[in-house]
Ligand binder design. Structure first.
Ligand code: NAI
Length: 248
């Protein structure tokens, strides 16, 4: 028996990166896993196959998480295909960095839509299902910059602070229905999102991290597993920083 045997998880933006690591971790613990991404190309198909290799049901759905109508449609489809949705991970996210005075309206709008509105869309569509099932676990992917802010990332930081407040509000609104909501705040994690950073920037970051390394997607997935499973049955409305001790 795995920690998630018999549960269905829906992870957004999981064709690669942290979302993929979470999907695989959940599958390894027995969950059936539905995931979304903008497109399900050979990358997404490979992810689907890797999840299925754990002997669970797996399916990737092409959908833009920022789009309300597409989200309603995809959640309806997942419910039809899988029968239930017990765990929702709002992971899809992008960066469009720039200093405030140089930031365009388009940069602001895109990041808020993909990083924050997407979570509203999925929570709105999934919680009626979770309420009927009398329980569920929602995990919002925030970031340490959503707690502490970051120069050059006002759009991204604001979206991630919003993810934290959204999780806390849902924890309060829906706790009586057995629904828990928490946020994860990763620090510097080695993925495509951070691969673009120069060696100098990377070295600067590492100096500030007591554990002296960047995190791995699996470091994040382990905490997501804790929050998704009954190991955290009395944990709700919390933010867990996964940052090697960078922020205390
Ligand atoms: P990534 O760029 O490797 O993966 C993000 C995934 O989301 C991609 O597969 C992408 O296609 C998908 N996606 C983008 N826009 C989408 C949309 N509109 N609809 C559906 N899917 C969409 O990024 P990574 O590093 O795996 O990040 C995952 C989450 O973790 C993001 O929310 C990110 O902000 C957050 N995070 C990452 C950190 C890091 O250091 N890598 C640190 C803190 C938070």
């Amino acid at each position: 028996m795995g920690l998630l045997t018999g549960k269905t998880a829906l992870v957004t933006g999981a064709a690669r990166g942290i979302g993929k690591a979470i999907a695989l971790k959940f599958a390894a613990e027995g969950a059936n896993v539905a995931f979304t991404d903008l497109v399900i190309d050979e990358n997404g198909q490979a992810t689907e196959a890797e999840i299925a290799a754990f002997g669970v049901k797996a399916k990737g759905y092409a959908s833009n998480a920022a789009d309300f109508a597409q989200t309603e449609e995809v959640v309806k489809q997942v419910k039809e295909d899988f029968g239930s949705i017990d765990i929702l991970v709002n992971n899809a996210g992008i960066t469009k960095d720039g200093l405030m005075l140089r930031m365009t309206e388009a940069q602001w709008d895109a990041v808020i839509a993909v990083n924050l509105k997407s979570a509203f869309n999925f929570i709105h569509a999934c919680t009626p299902i979770m309420m009927r099932q009398k329980g569920g676990s929602i995990i919002n992917m925030a970031s340490v910059v959503g707690v502490h802010g970051n120069a050059g990332q006002c759009n991204y930081s604001a979206s991630k602070a919003g993810m934290i407040a959204l999780a806390k509000s849902i924890a309060q609104e829906m706790g009586a229905k057995g629904i828990r909501a928490n946020a994860i705040a990763p620090g510097f994690i080695e993925t495509a999102m951070t691969a673009a950073l120069s060696d100098d920037v990377r070295a600067e970051w590492c100096k500030k991290i007591p554990l002296r390394r960047g995190g791995t997607p699996e470091d994040v997935a382990n905490v997501a597993l804790f929050l998704a499973s009954d190991l955290s049955s009395y944990v709700s409305g919390q933010v867990i920083q996964i940052d090697g001790g960078m922020n205390m």
